[in-house]
Design a protein around this ligand. Structure first.
Ligand code: GLA
Length: 363
């Protein structure tokens, strides 16, 4: 049984998904594929990592790439949707640790392949939940639901405006191409920065509740509340909250700009979002700041560090007629500054999880 799921670029709406705000991701053409066959016990092979055999699903996690798969199997078991054992093989065209959600591609694709192998057909919402719980509750990354949601619900030629507080989803046409420039700084989220930011946001919310009892998410506050937030919260927490509040407004504005085909405005919002990450959320790295700066100088509509941050990749939106020149110049500027050329590639908005195989059947 085979299935695949895409990585993602988040156009905008960073660190809003665990604060009740909106996100605007796009599914990539680059994907992770899983093939699984029934077996007496569990073994995991990957094109990138060492094969691991005889894995005990209920034993303590190994603290390596297999944890995501073990997490998925545990969550499928809880639904009665796991096979008794399987040989699982993973192949991917996604860079790992580049902030492009290779982990959600892995968990969503494996949730699909393994549940089908067990004779169960889970719907997209169930696949998202299994994948989310595997990462959050099993592996222990305090992520939101953006990555799993786009890996499951992505659709060709569209970005997905996902309102995380309500679960509302709205597809926005994204007919063009976007570019990804990898910083080459790899970040493993289990390293803790994301978890720390999440704690800070919870603390900020607790402060805000003293004056707004009943507030359920930071993203419910509006830019008009900022003076009060800044007066009441200690400076680092005020800055984190300011990012979430302004990013929420920017994300909805960006979805509107994209729907109107106003790429100039969309690009300007992306750059503002990057600045907010740099100054208020403090999740950028100098390589990303450099790429965004040169992208704007060279004539891109906009650019922004995408994904959790502390490394990863920058999304760049260049005008179509000038993309070859602009991207070449961004590459040259980067090489001059950091002594190595960056990995750069383009993609269109692609589809979400799907069953694969010679006898591909409707799912
Ligand atoms: C990671 C998490 C997502 C989201 C982003 C930041 O990718 O997995 O849920 O929080 O960081 O926007």
């Amino acid at each position: 049984m085979s299935a695949s799921a895409p990585g993602r670029v988040n156009l905008i709406g960073e660190h809003t998904d665990y604060n009740g705000g909106p996100v605007l991701p796009v599914a990539l053409e680059r994907r992770t594929a899983i093939t699984a066959a029934l077996a007496d016990n569990w073994s995991f092979a990957s094109s990138l990592e060492e094969t691991v055999t005889g894995v005990e699903i209920e034993a303590p996690l190994r603290r390596d790439w297999t944890d995501y798969l073990v997490g998925v199997v545990r969550e499928l078991r809880a639904l009665g949707a796991a096979p008794p054992g399987a040989s699982v093989a993973v192949a991917t065209t996604l860079p790992v640790g580049a902030g492009l959600s290779s982990s959600a591609a892995l968990t969503v694709a494996s949730a699909k392949a393994l549940s089908l192998l067990a004779g169960r057909r889970l719907d997209l919402a169930q696949l998202v939940e299994v994948a989310f719980r595997a990462e959050y509750h099993q592996v222990g990354v305090r992520c939101g639901r953006m990555d799993q949601t786009i890996a499951a619900h992505g659709a060709r030629g569209t970005a997905l405006l996902f309102e995380t507080a309500t679960g509302g989803m709205h597809r926005v046409p994204f007919p063009g191409r976007l570019w990804v420039v990898e910083t080459g700084i790899s970040h493993r989220l289990t390293g803790g920065e994301l978890n720390e930011r999440r704690r800070e946001c919870e603390e900020a919310l607790a402060y805000c509740r003293e004056w707004r009892p009943g507030l359920s998410h930071l993203a419910q506050l509006s830019p008009g509340d900022l003076p009060e937030v800044e007066r009441r919260l200690p400076p680092p927490l005020a800055a984190r909250a300011r990012h979430v509040i302004t990013e929420t407004a920017r994300t909805r504005a960006a979805a509107g700009a994209l729907a109107d085909g106003n790429l100039q405005l969309l690009g300007a919002l992306l750059v503002e979002g990057h600045e907010s990450l740099r100054l208020d959320y403090r999740s950028t790295v100098p390589e990303a700041d450099h790429i965004v700066g040169t992208a704007v100088q060279r004539g891109a509509y906009g650019a922004r560090l995408t994904g959790a941050g502390w490394g990863g990749a920058v999304v760049v939106l260049p005008p179509q007629q000038q993309e070859a020149r602009i991207m070449a110049e961004i590459g040259q500027d980067f090489e001059q500054a950091f002594g190595r050329p960056p990995q750069m590639w383009s993609t269109r908005a692609a589809g979400g999880v799907r069953r694969e195989g010679l006898s591909r059947q409707p799912v």
